[in-house]
Write a protein that binds this ligand. Structure first.
Ligand SMILES: C[S@@+](CC[C@H](N)C(=O)[O-])C[C@H]1O[C@@H](n2cnc3c(N)ncnc32)[C@H](O)[C@@H]1O
Length: 416
């Protein structure tokens, strides 16, 4: 097993950095996939954009095998991101002899660790948009594609972002603890979401008699009670908020149930049993995850083969549409993947919660990668809203919007 050590570079290591980058230039040229010119990787050129302390070198068994530059400001590629808000990686390179040795993975892990230590919420990178293998490498490391931009007429550049879980989860947990009582039973089965058909109409759940169910982001436990009332044999709930779980334990206990409740972010392996549950579901909670694919993979692991997973969340169009007088305007961007923070609840202007928007394809593709077959996607508004007259209003979940597009998505999938 090789020993990989990553160190911040010093002035004396400038030739080492040049050597690694030149090796990569030559290797990529050999493969007819040029990325940088020889001149671009000389320190005279690099020093126009980087300090030596920006560079980190990976030594494998004492030999220099990879490097990267980490900077806290990138106004050329990310002009809207203020200095210190994010960490950016540039000039990631691994020598030809060290390819497939784990050096690139080690550098990416180190990048994440640096982001956490520096207290930023996100990591960002840009890469060649027309190099699928390179993009797959970053996606495998959890980076989420944001957009493609073409520079200088033909430089197709793909932008990626990674949310550092700890920064967001610590804040969201504290905020959910504060607002738990405001969300007591607010969205729970048979309700899937706002102005959308309920389970009583959709019949997505299988017969629950004797079944084991797990609620991901169970909140106050009202959906678990619905499952219990429909015959489920074992009720399990997972939530990151201890206050929500305290409410759920009390509420379910008062109603004669004895659930097993786990306090953990859904992104983490919390020790829930594997291949155990018949049904996993999540009512208006899955969108809070900072790692959609990782969360879906964990949920798949909890389910028996053939087990059902159902979730509901805001329809991805919702954040793009505003009301302007008596018109709906498409004012946002469906592609916007930046995490954003808003405040909710009382007192003092509320508590901060951080979220990111996702496209419908993000959910469906992540389900497929996690080993699910999608059985049904519901994009509907309830009959009552469609039939009644509605006034234009600027509310987020306004009936005038619901008459034209669904407020929520509900997805049913089966573990393969
Ligand atoms: C709107 S409530 C869900 C309501 C609940 N599903 C029900 O049926 O009553 C959202 C819940 O997600 C939880 N949550 C948010 N982020 C989470 C995360 N990363 N992991 C686990 N739970 C999370 C919150 O604590 C909150 O209880």
């Amino acid at each position: 097993m090789s020993n990989i050590i990553i160190k911040q570079a010093t002035e004396t290591e400038i030739p080492v950095i040049e050597g690694i980058l030149l090796d990569t230039v030559n290797w990529l040229n050999e493969m007819d996939q040029p990325l940088w010119s020889v001149n671009e990787v000389k320190w005279d050129t690099l020093s126009k954009n980087y300090e030596i302390s920006n560079f980190y070198i990976a030594y494998m068994d004492g030999n220099p095998t990879g490097c990267m530059a980490l900077v806290d400001y990138d106004p050329f590629f990310w002009p809207d991101v203020k200095r210190g808000e994010s960490l950016f990686i540039h000039k990631l390179a691994v020598t030809k002899s060290a390819r497939k040795s784990g050096v690139a993975d080690a550098l990416m892990d180190f990048f994440k660790k640096q982001g956490t230590e520096r207290g930023v919420k996100t990591l960002r990178l840009d890469t060649h948009a027309l190099r699928p293998k390179l993009r797959a490498f970053y996606e495998r490391h959890g980076f989420v594609f944001v957009k493609v931009k073409v520079f200088k007429g033909d430089r197709h550049t793909a932008f990626y972002i990674y949310i550092l879980p700890d920064s967001v989860l610590v804040q969201n947990k504290s905020s959910w603890n504060t607002i738990a009582d405001d969300f007591f039973g607010v969205t729970a089965l048979p309700t899937y979401g706002c102005l959308c058909p309920t389970e009583d109409e959709l019949h997505l759940f299988p017969e629950l008699n004797g079944k084991k169910v797990i609620d991901i982001g169970c909140g106050s436990g009202h959906s678990l009670r619905w499952c219990g009332d429909h015959g489920a044999d074992e009720l399990w709930g997972l939530d990151m908020s201890d206050k929500q779980l305290e409410n759920a334990a009390r509420y379910l206990g008062e109603n004669g149930y004895n659930p097993k409740l786990f306090c953990s972010p859904m992104e983490n392996d919390s020790g829930l049993p594997r291949d155990y549950f018949d049904v996993a579901y999540s009512i208006y909670a899955i969108g809070w995850t900072v790692d959609l694919l990782g969360t879906f993979k964990l949920i798949a692991s909890y389910l028996k083969s053939g087990g059902i997973f159902i979730f509901s969340w805001d329809h991805p169009f919702l954040h793009c549409v505003d009301v302007d007088g008596e018109r709906l305007v498409f004012s946002g961007s469906y592609y916007e993947a930046e995490p954003f923070t808003f405040r909710t609840g009382i007192p003092d202007g509320g508590v901060p919660l951080t979220l990111m928007n996702r496209r419908l394809s993000d959910y469906i593709n992540a389900l497929a990668t996690a080993g699910f077959a999608v059985e049904r996607v519901v994009e509907e508004t309830d009959k009552e809203t469609l039939e009644r007259d509605t006034e234009f209003s600027s509310a987020y979940y306004a009936p005038c919007k619901a008459k034209r597009f669904p407020m929520s998505i509900v997805v049913k999938a089966r573990k393969l």
